[in-house]
Design a protein around this ligand. Structure first.
Ligand code: ADP
Length: 579
């Protein structure tokens, strides 16, 4: 047992319960004795002194509010204050109601039982106080009516709770920091401290009360918090996260809190952490639940590392790709232009062999131009430079026009083209009254996405049908592009929207592509607060869906008014302008 050592936080909570109940009993006793019909005289052995009643009131208040607030940060101190309030209110009560003869002496047993909870310091202090009082009474310095044998009986009876307290708490705080971990977590496993301490990634274990119980040296070096400072306090103080825009991530959205709520592993690769020295670093974090037999989360293990250097390298690479593709796009466009001129009968004369070669060169140059364009868009979408200017768009009319523009590509390849314009959502019996379906999106960007999905459907479908459909409910609008092509296997689906991912099969190998189209599409859809996903079955076909948040008519009207006011800034004040 140490001079002052912590025990598991749940024990402090039990002590606080005891303080609360004892305090409440004293306060109620005070009120009852004061107002009950049998008003007691000042020197009655039961009468409760206002000072001890006030101290008990303070203990109740602290137990209800103060402890709850403080214990989230410093559980040892919170428990210690609880103990001081318990001992001082009971001590004053016993002292003012006859000391050793007090009817309330039994409450001191509660104090004695908790006295070794904090280590030697509180045990010795409480024990010395009790025995010192006895000694003074035995020596006659403090007057007492108790006889010598009665005094000895009292002494023996009061020594017992101190002895019990010693054995009760000895094991608890002897285990040191590990004892703080809830038993159900499996303290013995976690006690493999050497293992955790030698892991290069930051490792943190958080208990049900959101307090950090394990904090390895790597966690200390990432966060800037010393292990002894971090342990026992709320994890949000040590791991405050921010989003890419520099806004603090609210506590309920914190990945660790989400693990407690959802009982499943949560990974966050884009979080930013404010270290103790207020430096913002980029963090990769995986938090997993530790569950009990019933599947309840009893703790969370968070493993994290500083990825600032890696991210900076990635940014440099992306910067290089973006500059290079930007620079190369210009000459490629020039080559494409000159090739087109060379093939134009009005400006140049070439023989049929040369035309054949030039056509091949032209198509390859177009492919190269598309690759540079896609590389540039992908790089911009990653570093936040991709422009997205949302406007109110009536998706029904917008899609009608878009399908009109792109359908020729399907027809040129001999594919059947189908379009379901969302008229199903119309008021019953009428096709012309399709409800207006508004969304707040960048029409140019969404056009890129739909065109890309459509081009893929046409590109990968040798024969059959390509269809576009619009569906809506109150909250969302869903645009689907489906085909009767080769389909995509279930193993490939999770990777499809990643950068440069192309399904490895003969069809894809023969058909040109960059593997960037779906990545860019996902980025654009996410920028517009939407979702993109695919449903597919091999040899049957694929359906790519985009869902976008639907604007209510009122919201759309309001935003349309704002847009109109922005476009004609004087419109709103024209009435006041004197001509
Ligand atoms: P790419 O330039 O290769 O078409 P995308 O990112 O647009 O790149 O698509 C990624 C991969 O997804 C493609 O290589 C292809 O294998 C698969 N894919 C996309 N759309 C379809 C589709 N409609 N049918 C079958 N496979 C598809």
């Amino acid at each position: 047992m140490k001079l002052l050592a912590p025990v598991a936080p749940r024990w402090y909570a039990r002590l606080n319960d005891a303080t609360l109940v004892t305090g409440l009993l004293i306060v109620l006793g005070y009120v009852w004795l004061g107002f009950a019909s049998q008003q007691l005289s000042q020197d009655s052995p039961l009468s409760i002194n206002p000072v001890s009643a006030a101290l008990a009131g303070l203990a109740v208040l602290y137990g209800l509010i103060g402890y709850r607030v403080l214990s989230k940060r410093v559980s040892l101190l919170a428990g210690l204050i609880s103990f001081l309030l318990l001992s001082s209110s009971v001590g004053t009560l016993v002292f003012t109601t006859g000391g050793l003869e007090s009817q309330y002496l039994v409450l001191w047993v509660v104090v004695a039982l908790f006295s070794a909870m904090f280590g030697w310091l509180t045990l010795i202090l409480t024990w010395t106080l009790t025995n010192g009082y006895f000694l003074l009474a035995a020596l006659g310095t403090i007057s007492t009516t108790l006889s010598q044998p009665e005094l000895i009986t009292h002494l023996i009876v009061l020594e017992l709770p101190f002895l019990t307290s010693f054995f009760l708490w000895y094991g608890q705080n002897e285990q040191g920091d590990d004892a703080k971990l809830d038993e159900s977590v499996g303290a013995s496993d976690i006690r493999q401290g050497m293992l955790i301490n030698s892991i290069a990634e930051g490792v943190m274990v958080i208990d049900e009360q959101s307090r950090i119980q394990v904090f390895n040296p790597a966690a200390a070096s990432v966060t800037g918090w010393k292990s002894e400072d971090a342990k026992g306090i709320d994890f949000t103080s040590v791991l405050p996260l921010y989003d890419a825009k520099g806004q603090p991530i609210p506590a309920e959205k914190h990945p660790i809190r989400q693990v407690f709520a959802r009982a499943e592993t949560v990974a966050d690769n884009d979080a930013r952490l404010k270290t103790r020295s207020n430096k913002i670093i980029e963090l990769s974090l995986v938090a997993s639940p530790i569950t009990n037999k019933n599947g309840g989360v009893v703790a969370v293990v968070a493993v994290f590392r500083d990825v600032s250097a890696e991210r900076s390298q990635e940014r440099q690479r992306a910067e290089f790709i973006s500059t290079a593709s930007h620079e190369m796009r210009t000459p490629v466009a020039a080559i494409e232009g000159y090739l087109a001129l060379a093939m134009n009968n009005n400006v140049s004369k070439i023989d049929s062999k040369a035309r054949e070669y030039l056509e091949k060169a032209h198509s390859s140059t177009q492919h190269l131009g598309k690759l540079f364009q896609d590389l540039l868009t992908a790089a911009k979408s990653e570093d936040g430079r991709l422009q997205n200017v949302p406007r109110v768009v009536e998706i029904g009319a917008y899609l009608d026009q878009l399908v009109e523009d792109i359908k020729f590509a399907a027809e040129k390849r001999g594919l059947i083209m189908e379009y379901n314009s969302g008229a199903d959502n119309a008021v019953a019996g009428s096709t012309s009254l399709r409800p207006l379906m508004y969304a707040h999106v960048d029409p140019e960007r969404v056009r890129e996405v739909i065109t890309n999905l459509f081009d893929n459907a046409v590109k990968y479908t040798p024969e059959g049908k390509v269809s576009v459909a619009l569906n809506a409910d109150e909250q969302n609008l869903m645009i689907s592009v489906s085909d009767t092509g080769p389909g995509i296997s279930q193993e490939d689906i999770p990777h499809l929207f990643q950068k440069f991912y192309r399904v490895d099969n003969t069809a894809t190998r023969q058909i040109g592509g960059t593997g960037l189209g779906l990545f860019i599409s996902r980025k654009i859809v996410e920028m517009n607060d939407g979702k993109i996903w695919v449903e597919s079955e091999l040899n049957k076909g694929s359906s790519f869906h985009i869902s976008l948040p639907r604007l209510s008519q009122d919201k759309a009207d309001m935003l349309l008014k704002q847009e109109a006011a922005k476009e004609t800034p004087l419109a709103g004040v024209s009435g006041n302008v004197e001509i």
